[in-house]
Ligand binder design. Structure first.
Ligand code: NDP
Ligand code: GDR
Length: 327
């Protein structure tokens, strides 16, 4: 039975990835940080077969201990301070977790595996935010990186450190350059979920307004369930590599709003939406659109959910959630 260790198990991707690996017969270990982390309950409820270990990306010895217990064949590093807007407010913490945390996992693997690094395969959750002020359209693996936030800068560090361990030690290490991926499990601070929750609440008469930031930014949005499958596929290759994972379509926040309100049967979305400088960022990533040719050709990966399907899935899920909550 293959064994996997996942950091960031309480997050959106951690939950989907653990479901995928459990369905493939893996023994799955998940790292949870903090004393009495309230999200441990979520993991126990949604993926009860995951074996939970405590540890923190900023604490090397806790990672070593987790590796010794889990004895994983595959390590997926999904843990991060992942909210871009927040990364300006806590840039040092973002660096410690999202950048140095990657080095800590890589070092822990090296120390744990000793002379036989081929025992462990490593996945790093890199991001399209590394492209930032884009230097090429669409963005691919070879596009010059130009991060625009402390988060983006931290991800660039993790990305190159992953490549460095592959080149220095021959570690089977892969970096998935994933574009935005969403789901009903997306945190409410991210734009798609903020919109799906608000649209559901407006539809049910429990909210009047939705206050937003920049409506002109464009993103390449896919479904998280599809994207964790790409992560797994990377670690099944004979060698590690870097892969862009994206849908190849881009939509503005304005289109997101229009589509979400439309799913709920509400016309004139503009009537409900206001903008506030509070939600604008010091530097914006204006346009993201990925070219996933390599993932398609080498991994045999392709997305199964399109943009309207994704927005519908999220709005309908939040309508049901809010309706059930008052029953
Ligand atoms: P989430 O924000 O949903 O989850 C982040 C996870 O990181 C949580 O489990 C969180 O734990 C954990 N974490 C935070 N700080 C630490 C720490 N100090 N030590 C250990 N774990 C920690 O992110 P997603 O699931 O959406 O994303 C997964 C990964 O993929 C992240 O690295 C993200 O940056 C990256 N990514 C995401 C994309 C997306 O569109 N979703 C696109 C590209 C990359 P806790 O619950 O305790 O806070
Ligand atoms: P992003 O996702 O920064 O792309 O990072 P987010 O959903 O936060 O923002 C997307 C775009 O929407 C604009 N926007 C708003 N965003 C939020 N959160 N709230 C608002 O009210 C709002 N109004 C407009 C933003 O300015 C931005 O342009 C996500 C994270 O999951 C990262 O961890 C991951 O690496 C990248 O996706 C790929």
């Amino acid at each position: 039975m293959p064994r996997a260790l996942i950091t960031g198990i309480t997050g959106q991707d951690g939950l989907y990835l653990s479901e995928l690996l459990l369905s493939k017969g893996y023994e799955v270990y998940g790292l949870i940080r903090g004393q009495n982390n309230p999200k441990a309950e979520l993991v126990a409820r949604e993926v009860p077969d995951v074996r939970v270990l405590t540890g923190d990306l900023t604490d090397l010895s806790s990672l070593l201990r987790a590796l010794r217990v889990a004895q994983p064949d595959e390590v997926y590093n999904l843990g991060a301070v992942s909210f871009v807007a927040y990364s300006w407010e806590q840039a040092a913490l973002t660096t410690e977790v999202t950048a140095t945390g990657v080095l800590n996992v890589l070092e822990a693997i090296r120390l744990h595996a000793g002379d036989d690094l081929s025992r462990v395969r490593f996945y790093q959750a890199s991001s399209s935010e590394m492209f930032g002020k884009v230097q090429e359209v669409p963005q691919r693996e070879s596009t010059l990186l130009w991060p625009r936030s402390p988060y983006g800068v931290a991800k660039v560090y993790g990305h190159y450190m992953t490549i460095n361990y592959r080149e220095s030690y021959g570690l089977h290490a892969s970096s998935g350059i994933l574009f935005n991926h969403e789901s009903p499990r997306r945190g409410p601070e991210f734009v798609t979920r903020k919109v799906s929750l608000a649209v559901a609440a407006i539809k049910l008469g429990r909210q009047d307004k939705l206050v937003m930031g920049n409506l002109d930014a464009r993103r390449d949005w896919g479904f998280a369930g599809d994207y964790v499958d790409a992560m797994w596929r990377m670690l099944q290759q004979p060698e590690g590599g870097d892969f862009v994972v994206s849908t190849g379509e881009t939509h503005s926040i304005r289109e997101l709003l229009e589509t979400a309100f439309d799913v709920a049967g509400i016309a004139d979305w503009e009537k409900y939406v206001e903008q506030d400088p509070r939600f604008f960022r010091p530097a914006e990533v204006d346009l993201l659109i990925g070219d996933a040719t390599r993932a398609r050709e080498v991994l045999g990966w392709k997305p199964s959910v399109d943009f309207p399907g994704l927005v519908r899935m999220m709005v309908e899920s939040d309508l049901k959630r809010l309706t059930d909550a008052v029953r």
